[in-house]
Design a protein around this ligand. Structure first.
Ligand SMILES: Nc1ncnc2c1ncn2[C@@H]1O[C@H](COP(=O)(O)OP(=O)(O)OP(=O)(O)O)[C@@H](O)[C@H]1O
Length: 288
């Protein structure tokens, strides 16, 4: 669906690359989290995909077409970054007008559906100027999804949403996205929210892609052992890695028990601890 190849961006008057030689792929229907500290390069990558910035080097291919080599390449893509509204129009009219000026087909039912999704149907006749920051975020999300994009790029969509509301919204959003087989790239510093929706993650640091990892690796158990053991003992277990006397695994239930049994036969276990990889990344600023 989306291929990013050796993408780099250096802003004018800047000596350093905001994004440097980044390559990754998103397959149809995947929901991928773009992670990184402030200034890592996430928004720049998203704006490059949305063609609101032009890369210094590299290629972006959406559905086998290079987005830089042609017009109207982004009709199946929508972006939720810094949404802007027409304050003299109601929430409902805003979406309708947005779809009209972008020459997109729509049905009144679909507009209702997106407003229901973000819990703004009751407020459909109010102007966004009367909305709180969180409500504007919700309207931005509704607007982004209203054009029925195949690829959705969302920068910090959950900022300003209250903790209870955000959980319900993410559950509904995931269902919406999965039902329609949308491909989603989403950045957020709200890691627990991101974990509720993403299948996979891409970690950016200083403009470089440091690591890509699957959801299964985000909640792991770290097992400490007394003596280093032969790596072949570990190799037969999926999603399990050994680093000296520390074994990290995302195995659960009987598979986890099998691992413990095998380890106990080789050496003694000194500690077992559940660890949250996503939070760890930010705390330590380390590689996954
Ligand atoms: N228009 C610009 N001109 C010059 N430098 C820029 C511009 N936009 C971004 N940068 C720089 O590019 C780097 C990456 O910025 P970017 O906004 O992509 O980071 P980010 O990962 O989205 O950060 P945050 O989590 O804070 O939103 C930063 O060093 C930033 O200062």
């Amino acid at each position: 669906m989306l291929t990013v190849k050796n993408l780099s961006k250096k802003f004018k008057k800047s000596d350093v690359y905001a994004v440097k030689d980044v390559s990754f792929e998103l397959t149809k229907g995947e929901i991928v989290g773009l992670l990184g500290k402030n200034g890592a390069g996430k928004t720049t990558i998203m704006k490059l995909i949305a063609k609101s910035l032009i890369p210094t080097e590299g290629e972006i291919v959406i559905n086998d077409r290079d987005i830089l080599k042609g017009n109207n390449m982004l009709k199946d893509v929508n972006l939720m970054i810094e949404s802007a509204f027409f304050n003299h129009l109601s929430a409902y009219e805003n979406i309708k007008f947005y779809l009209t000026i972008n020459d997109m087909d729509y049905s009144e039912k679909e507009i209702k559906n997106v407003l229901m999704l973000v819990d703004l149907w009751e407020e459909k006749d109010h102007n966004p100027s009367q909305f709180s920051f969180g409500m504007k975020q919700r309207l931005g999300l509704a607007m982004c999804l209203s054009s029925a994009p195949k690829l959705v790029v969302m920068d910090e969509p959950f900022v300003g949403l209250d903790p209870n509301g955000v959980t319900a919204l993410i559950e509904k959003l995931r269902e919406w996205v999965v039902d329609r087989e949308l491909t989603v790239l989403i950045s957020s510093h709200q890691l627990s929210e991101l974990e509720m929706i993403c299948d996979r993650y891409i970690y950016i640091d200083n403009g470089l892609l440091v690591k890509e990892f699957d959801k299964s690796l985000t909640s792991v158990t770290v097992i400490k052992i007394n003596d280093e053991i032969d790596p072949s003992v570990i190799q037969k277990f999926e999603h399990t890695e050994m680093n000296h006397k520390e074994i990290t695994t995302s195995l659960e239930n009987e598979h986890f028990n099998d691992l413990i049994k095998v380890l106990s036969e080789e050496t003694s276990i000194t500690d077992i601890n559940k660890k949250d990889h996503l939070k760890d990344l930010f705390k330590k600023g380390e590689e996954v």
